[in-house]
Structure formats: C-alpha cells, structure tokens
Write a protein that binds this ligand. Structure first.
Ligand code: C5P
Length: 225
C-alpha cells in the first residue's frame, strides 16, 4: 500500500463465529474459521488504519498492532460493536453471527433423565442484527457486509444492501468446493450501489488486500461532498 490509503482511519472488523450457550458445557455455533476477517484486519492495518478486531472464538493468533476484543456470544459481539461505532470510520462485518440463541440457557449442566427417551426441546430466540444496527446509527460509518450464499448470489446480495442499509457487500458462493469456510482461498464479488467488481480465486490475504483497496476508494468517494 504505497499511498497508505487508510492512514489515520479507524476500522472495526467483526470476525469468526459466535457461540450460544445451551448450558455451561454445550453451545450452538458454526464452521466460521475467522480467516477472512483476520486477513482484512491485517490488510487494513498495512494500509495505515487503526484496527479494532472484534473476534469470536477462533484458532488464530492475534495479529500484531491490532486491538483485538474477544467475545463469545452474539450479544457480546453486538455490545462490543455498539461501543465502537461512534469511534470508527469504516465497519466491516465478516462474522458468522448465530441468528438465534437459546432463550433460557441453563446455569447447570443439563442431565439426561434416567429411563427416559423423551424428546428434548430448546426454545431459540433471535439475536440482534449487528451490522444493521451499525448501519442505522448516526453518524454511520462506511459499512461493509459479507453475504455467503449458495444460489443467486448477486440477487440476494443486492437485496441485503438495501435491507440492511449497507454501503457495500461482498458476496461469495459457499456451494463452491474450492473456496469458503475453512479454506485458505476465496473468490468474491464486491457489490455497491452503482457497480460491482469480481475478484477471482486467490488466497484470503490477496483477496483482503484487493478488498481494502476497493473499500478505501469507495469510502473516500463517499466522504467527498
Ligand atoms: O443476512 P445475513 O446473515 O446473511 O447477513 C450477513 C452479514 O450480516 C454479514 O456481514 C454478517 O457479519 C452480518 N450479520 C450481523 N449480525 C447478525 C447477522 C449477520 O452483523 N446477527
């Protein structure tokens, strides 16, 4: 980044999965590795930004010269994001947030009932939509979402930009076997109000650099009046 495109800018990134407790030893989660979010955090830092990484539980080392805030649940991630929103210029949500949490998580380990083959029921309630809350706050940071889809990737992504009030969305097709969840590679289409750019398959680090350049260009355009 010869021009240090994001010099002095504050970038907040959510990454990884969230964990929703069922009881003290069990949880609901997903396969997010956090790799894309961590690669973006490093690329934003290398472009000169001051980076805060709000991270769910992942097996990745904290990158150098980045403030990492560790969270577990979607509710924790929501609170950490809302605490950053006034102090950030760009917000990038790569986290695979659990859509639901267990309504009344048990404070003690749930025991299997002896002599019982009864079905067990967990009631789930909806988690807050973190990126939608960020994009609807005032002042609003330049807000970038991710959309993992398996079909009609662009169509759903365009709907999501409108519905969540985003400035840009990065869509990838998770039904492709060569990219996605735990892969080191990705291929994406970045979509904004009036255009789009497709980034062919490359390492998540290379994709992250290209995305930070695109995000930075559109961020700077949006601040020119
Ligand atoms: O609607 P969908 O979950 O596919 O949207 C994905 C985007 O929204 C991602 O950027 C994800 O990080 C963000 N998201 C969020 N909070 C949620 C659900 C999704 O920030 N509760």
């Amino acid at each position: 980044f010869p021009s240090r495109q994001l010099s002095g800018k504050r970038v907040t990134i959510t990454a990884g999965p969230t964990r929703e407790a069922i009881d003290p030893v069990r949880y609901i989660s997903n396969h997010s590795s956090g790799k894309m979010g961590y690669a973006l955090a490093q690329a934003a830092r290398d472009a000169g930004a001051q980076v805060t990484l709000i991270s769910g539980p992942v097996n990745l080392d904290a990158p150098d010269r980045i403030q990492r805030i560790d969270v577990i649940s979607a509710q924790d991630m929501y609170e950490a994001a809302m605490a950053q929103v006034q102090a950030c210029d760009i917000f990038i949500a790569t986290a695979a947030v659990s859509d639901f949490r267990v309504q009344n998580s048990h404070s003690q380990k749930i025991k299997k009932q002896d002599n019982s083959s009864a079905a067990m029921t967990l009631t789930l309630v909806e988690n807050p939509d973190i990126i939608a809350a960020v994009a609807n706050s005032t002042p609003k940071p330049f807000t970038v979402g991710f959309a993992a889809e398996t079909q009609e990737v662009e169509e759903y992504a365009r709907q999501k930009i409108k519905r969540k009030n985003l400035d840009m969305i990065v869509a990838n097709d998770v039904s492709r076997i060569d990219i996605g969840f735990n892969s080191d590679n990705n291929a994406v289409t970045a979509i904004w109000g009036s255009g789009e750019a497709t980034l062919e398959i490359a390492s998540k680090h290379q994709i992250a650099k290209q995305l930070i350049t695109l995000i930075s260009d559109h961020y700077h355009n949006s601040t020119e009046s």
